[in-house]
Design a protein around this ligand. Structure first.
Ligand SMILES: [Fe+2]
Length: 264
């Protein structure tokens, strides 16, 4: 039985970052996942049926990758819409603790080395969380105080996919992070175009520039450095990784569809 509304579950997950949820919170999170997993079941089943070498192709062909919302950000979004989009996602955990959580689950040296490279890159040229803070500050300054930030269900579900992986399923989380990085180049390019169009300077856009340049390497590090050698050792990992990819893609699409619908 669900003991938490989804927004309360998200609040609990945010508050516990760096430790673990209590027993009741974890039960609620696992129940939430049972429901969500069914919503992306057919894609997860398709991925499990593929060779893992085909997964990147499936990810980049998914609607979440080149979603029309990113074109809207590039070409039409106002400063207020852009700021709302970024600020509403602030409950999403920073990338670094997520990647660090997958490090502990690694089962081979090759995987460990690839995750460590990803962690080190997260600090170059400066910690990426600092660059994100700079972008958020610039957006807040330009957008002013009148923003109406919401926590609607598809946003909360998209974020909880990452918290579930973080607290309960590091290989599912690895799948979600792999999908996120495989799609990052397009997402970051379109966001960068939008921010430039709106007059944000190079310094404000540094987070975007850094990620346009590094995330494709990260995606191949996940697939060839982490996922392929780990699956060779433990074939059963194909299931949580596929479920993590599928949940990330399907929850992102539902969320991005809602972002798009709000503007019309
Ligand atoms: Fe980063």
């Amino acid at each position: 039985m669900l003991t938490f509304a989804e927004t309360d579950l998200l609040k609990a997950c945010e508050a516990r970052l760096g430790s673990q949820p209590d027993a009741e919170e974890e039960r609620a999170l696992r129940h939430w996942w049972d429901v969500q997993k069914e919503r992306s079941r057919s894609l997860a089943t398709a991925l499990i049926g593929q060779d893992e070498g085909e997964w990147t192709g499936t990810i980049v062909e998914h609607r979440a990758h080149r979603h029309p919302w990113y074109d809207y950000l590039a070409l039409r979004a106002t400063v207020e819409e852009f700021a709302t989009f970024i600020l509403e996602n602030s409950p999403l955990p920073a990338f670094l603790p997520l990647v660090e959580r997958t490090l502990a689950a690694q089962i081979c040296e090759q995987g460990r080395a690839a995750v460590l490279r990803n962690i080190e890159d997260e600090m170059v040229p400066v910690p990426h969380a600092d660059l994100m803070r700079r972008l958020v500050a610039a957006l807040k300054t330009r957008a002013g105080d009148g923003l109406r930030l919401e926590r609607f269900p598809s946003l909360v579900n998209r974020i909880l996919v990452f918290y579930y992986g973080y607290y309960c399923d590091p290989w599912g989380l690895a799948g979600s992070l792999y999908a996120t990085e495989a799609m990052a180049h397009h997402r970051m390019t379109q966001m960068g175009k939008g921010l430039e169009r709106l007059g944000f300077d190079n310094e404000d856009r540094e987070f975007i520039r850094v990620h346009v340049e590094c995330d494709e390497g990260h995606a191949s590090d996940w697939s060839e450095g982490v996922i392929a050698p780990s699956i060779r050792l433990e074939r059963g990992l194909r299931v949580p990784i596929s479920e993590g990819i599928a949940a990330c893609l399907e929850s992102s699409t539902r969320y991005l569809d809602d972002c798009e619908a709000r503007t019309t």
